[in-house]
Design a protein around this ligand. Structure first.
Ligand SMILES: Nc1nc2c(ncn2[C@@H]2O[C@H](COP(=O)(O)OP(=O)(O)OP(=O)(O)O)[C@@H](O)[C@H]2O)c(=O)[nH]1
Ligand SMILES: [Mg+2]
Length: 88
């Protein structure tokens, strides 16, 4: 996958009962497997997916080292279609 992901973290401060909140953006060429990676990570089940239109996101809570992490993972479709979103 040529895409990259970026993440940031912040202390939850009571937000959804988590210690840290991470926002992760999946970007990359169409058809490289971004959505498959995300769905497999969320549900442990492999689906055959249609191309993503615009953007979608999923949330997963994980516990690592006794800390509750909230992962908000954004999945993108064709970059041309989401340019206005990314610019805002
Ligand atoms: N062989 C193989 N096929 C994969 C893998 N991951 C995804 N695919 C297939 O590749 C195709 C595209 O996968 P997607 O997850 O929809 O790719 P995407 O990057 O989200 O594509 P867009 O939504 O169009 O940007 C699907 O037919 C998947 O079944 C993999 O690890 N191995
Ligand atoms: Mg997709």
């Amino acid at each position: 996958m040529l895409g990259s992901s970026s993440s940031s973290s912040s202390k939850g401060g009571g937000n959804n009962n988590c210690d840290y909140s991470f926002k992760i953006l999946l970007i990359g060429d169409s058809g490289v497997g971004k959505s498959s990676l995300l769905v497999t990570f969320i549900s442990n089940f492999v689906h055959d997916l249609s191309p993503t239109i615009g953007v979608d996101f999923k949330i997963k809570m994980v516990t690592i080292g006794g800390k509750r992490l909230k992962l908000t993972i954004w999945d993108t479709g064709k970059i041309d279609m989401i340019k206005p979103t990314l610019c805002n």
